[in-house]
Ligand binder design. Structure first.
Ligand code: ZN
Length: 492
């Protein structure tokens, strides 16, 4: 009995020590991140050509092996970067959906980390136990056009059975040739997901996909769940409450589900939204820290002790966030006053080369939105919606427009400013006003309805206090708000 107690204490202290040690490593990964961050990848609209010099750099480095493993439909190369000598194969692929680049950036940060002369003990443990294989940007054509789908117009993640896309065939071939023990399927999700019944965005969401309709848990899927529980504990430290768990309904056409079935512990990571992180650079850092920590726990085997039951304690993913949630606003319609909540979201409209974008606000929903949440919330109780007006004079050109003091126009109720000559390539403005053509006419009554671009003022006791410009709320007393851009609007 005594020896049993003693051995339990020994086991517990080993587990505890490795946990404490792991925590310390995670902390230092987070604090030293900037040393390894790949500076040439700055924002989300990265292209195939953005990553070629980086792949070349690792190809010239004897620590790494870089192999071309295929081509996209438009002929862009797809490469695999490998490092390590261990028996356990870990395969990580990103950007199967072209407009989901966050983890591609994190992969290059991780490669920089692996290349550096630091954390030598941990790297020795990782690279002697594991061989790591990174496939960044599986869908380079989609990245070029910043679309989810590939050039065939299909979702590669529904092509695991038909294998009609060359990109899907590459993924299958690489998985099969490695017989990978672990597979990290790296995506981005909508920023409007939240952790169920909380006002927190799902900054990271996880899934250990099911491999059958019964959603059975064998050791392959169980190991994926354990690693997810581990990564969740890390994210909770830096983004508390901001993790969601994806619905695990079996999707027979998806790669994650099939890869799990083929014997690779498949871990889906979705990068979602975060406060004040439009280009998702903090989320990129969270990917870096959590994926590297997961790699380390796989290398030292400590994940094996994690209880699978904890997987289901992660809150489910829900989709109840708005960019702006305004509540209790008074709205006059046909002579009567109603109380409304309004949820507003923004869509990114790309330039023709998909290198830049502006935002277009839309009413996502209105009515009782008490079960929804917002990145930004505003209780408009006591405020009444009033329509915005067109400024009665015409401004000569864009330069003069950009010199206007926007706030004083808004305070007078003017939001639409006629400009005589508007260059055709100009689609938006950094001022919280809209550029319109001369003779621009607004509809007779302001009708709010889902899908519409919201532009109005909020008035209290006869005074305009707030502006909603392109769906962004601006406090006219302080000039503060969440504003990014106004629009160029033209009557036909
Ligand atoms: Zn995706």
């Amino acid at each position: 009995m005594k020896s049993l107690v003693l051995s339990i204490v020994v086991v517990l202290s080993v587990v505890f020590n490795s946990y404490a040690q792991q925590k310390e490593i995670t902390n230092s990964l987070y604090s030293t991140y900037d040393t390894y961050k790949e500076g040439s990848l700055k924002d989300r609209r990265i292209k195939h050509k953005s990553i070629q010099p980086l792949l070349q750099k690792f190809a010239n480095n004897t620590k790494f092996k870089v192999a071309k493993v295929g081509e996209s439909i438009e002929g862009r190369s797809i490469s695999l970067v490998s490092i390590g000598t261990g028996k356990i194969n870990v395969f990580l692929w990103s950007q199967m959906h072209g407009d989901e680049p966050t983890a591609t950036q994190a992969i290059f940060d991780i490669l920089n980390f692996l290349n550096a002369d630091s954390f030598t003990d941990e790297k020795k443990e990782i690279l002697s136990n594991l061989t790591l294989h990174f496939l960044p940007m599986l869908n380079p054509d989609g990245a070029e056009h910043y679309t989810r789908r590939n050039t065939l117009g299909i979702d590669i993640n529904r092509d695991a059975l038909h294998l009609q896309s060359p990109e899907g065939r590459v993924l299958k071939r690489v998985r099969d040739s490695l017989k990978a023990d672990f597979g990290f399927n790296l995506h981005d999700q909508s920023t409007y997901y939240n952790a169920e019944r909380t006002n927190k965005p799902a900054t990271i969401s996880y899934l250990a996909p099911a491999y059958n309709y019964e959603k059975d848990i064998d050791s392959v899927r169980g190991n994926a769940m354990k690693v997810i529980v581990f990564m969740n504990s890390i994210i909770q430290k830096y983004a508390p409450g901001q993790v969601g768990r994806y619905n695990d309904d079996f999707e027979p056409r998806a790669f994650g589900d099939n890869i799990q079935k083929w014997g690779t512990s498949a871990i889906l990571i979705e990068s979602g939204g975060n406060y004040d992180d439009i280009e998702k650079q903090e989320i990129r850092k969270l990917n870096y820290v959590s994926i590297l920590s997961a790699i380390y726990t796989i290398a030292n085997g400590s994940y094996a002790n994690i209880p699978i039951d904890d997987y289901n304690k992660i809150p489910e993913n829900d989709r109840k966030m708005f960019d702006l949630k305004m509540t209790n606003v008074s709205y006059n319609l046909l002579g009567k006053t109603y109380k409304l909540d309004i949820g507003i979201n923004h869509t990114e409209i790309d330039n023709p080369k998909h290198t830049e974008f502006y935002n277009l606000g839309r009413i996502a929903d209105q009515g009782d939105l008490s079960t929804y949440y917002g990145y930004f919330t505003f209780n408009a109780k006591g405020y009444t919606i009033v329509p915005a007006k067109v400024y009665p004079k015409t401004i000569a050109n864009l330069d003069q427009f950009l010199g206007l003091k926007a706030l004083s126009f808004l305070k007078e109720g003017f939001m639409y400013i006629p400009v005589a000559t508007i260059p055709s390539k100009v689609k938006s403005t950094k001022l919280p006003l809209h550029i319109v053509n001369t003779g621009y006419v607004l509809p007779k009554t302001l009708r709010l309805t889902p899908g519409k671009n919201p532009n109005f003022f909020l008035e209290k006791n006869g005074k305009i206090a707030y502006a909603v410009v392109n769906g962004y709320l601006i406090d006219l007393t302080t000039g503060k708000g969440t504003f990014t851009n106004g629009l160029v609007l033209k009557n036909d």
